[in-house]
Design a binder for this molecule. Structure first.
Ligand code: 6CS
Length: 363
């Protein structure tokens, strides 16, 4: 069980100074502007995580590190900064945007205040119930292209989307109907749209940094929270809650980003190494999240008396209907480009589900 304190701004400012001072990798603005200038290998890339050691993001980063160090023959080294070492999610995004870290995870639940279009991944009952369909859509070039500009405008290069498993709801009571959310103070990730998803059920959302959730639950400042099972286990949330409801409203989706100027200035061989390593790690990440979510559910069951509630199709349908107006809130916040992305995703899900059904019938 690992819990973290809440960061204060002066500490964050110190972290920026320290990262800037200890740079052993070219900064985005000084990197090989001149093609004849050869980098002095090895170079170190800093990778900031929104999760602690042992998490899906940590496993992903360790795999990426191993692969890139091998593919590049030791020319590229990766320094991993797990959650708790340099800041909250939103602060990590800032570090990536200004180039103090080269790579970072940026989850839409937080990032949507910076890149509003990403808020689409906080919408409930949008992506498929079929995890393989969702996985393929998230990995598709079509989706990556749709997000390239919105990330680019914030000096971020989108390197990939990673699903981390179904969101579960924890509280001190089962949450079987939208009425059960009435007045419930539920912690959400920090973006406006992440809160809207629960306002639609009548809840009182409390957008809060990840590091503060355990103590807020313990002190009863909030009544519940939502996260994938692996995170509920590793952050200890199940210790201070007595019911866990599985409604499968959405998968937790995160994105891997780099500083855009830094990425654009990378020599071609470094770009290729990074791409090859990412291509190898993406399929592993699906396996890792499935394994961690399953094994951590067992750990929770062994270590606590928490009730687990699986919603029926009929119960899920009531939440789906209640969630639909949030799509309007999303298009209000994310504008025309966000609306086009929403429509594109709906179309992609329809197409992929029909295709999966046809294949299923044929086999
Ligand atoms: O709830 C959160 O804020 C966090 N949850 C996970 C599973 N990953 C990172 C994110 O910041």
């Amino acid at each position: 069980m690992r819990r973290l304190c809440h960061w204060r701004t002066p500490l964050f400012a110190m972290v920026i100074l320290l990262l800037a001072g200890c740079s052993d990798s070219p900064s985005p603005t000084t990197d090989s502007d001149d093609d004849s200038e050869k980098p002095t290998y090895p170079v170190t890339w800093r990778f900031a995580l929104e999760e602690i050691e042992g998490s899906v993001q940590h496993e992903y980063a360790m795999e990426l590190k191993e692969r890139i160090e091998s593919i590049s023959d030791g020319n590229i080294l990766i320094d991993i900064f797990p959650y708790g070492s340099i800041g909250t999610s939103i602060q990590l995004t800032e570090l990536a945007r200004e180039g103090s870290v080269h790579l970072a995870f940026a989850s839409p639940g937080h990032l949507a205040d910076v890149v509003p279009e990403t808020g689409v991944f906080t919408l409930h009952f949008l992506l498929s119930d079929d995890e393989n369909v969702t996985r393929d859509i998230l990995a598709s070039d079509r989706l990556m292209q749709a997000f390239s500009e919105p990330y680019g405008e914030q000096n971020l290069k989108l390197l990939g989307f990673v699903p981390e498993g179904w969101m579960a709801w924890t509280a001190n009571k089962p949450l079987r109907t939208p009425a059960d959310f009435e007045g419930l103070a539920i912690r959400t990730m920090t973006s406006e749209i992440a809160a809207e998803a629960f306002k639609a059920y009548g809840a009182q959302p409390a957008p809060t940094p990840f590091s503060q959730v355990y103590s807020d639950l313990q002190l009863r400042r909030i009544d519940g929270q939502t996260n994938p099972v692996f995170a509920i286990e590793e952050m200890g949330f199940y210790e201070v809650q007595n019911a866990m409801t599985f409604a499968r409203p959405a998968q937790f989706v995160t994105s891997v980003v780099s500083n855009k100027e830094w990425f654009d200035a990378l020599p071609d061989d470094q770009k290729r190494w990074l791409k090859d390593a990412l291509d190898e790690v993406t399929p592993l990440a699906y396996e890792v999240q499935a394994e961690l979510n399953a094994s951590r559910l067992e750990t929770i069951r062994q270590n606590s008396n928490i009730r687990t509630i699986e919603l029926t199709d009929g119960e899920r349908e009531r939440f789906r209907e209640a969630s639909l107006p949030v799509r309007e809130a999303y298009t209000r916040i994310a504008g025309e480009r966000g609306e086009a992305i929403l429509e594109q995703i709906i179309e992609m899900v329809d197409e992929a589900e029909s295709e999966a059904e046809t294949k299923g019938q044929g086999s």
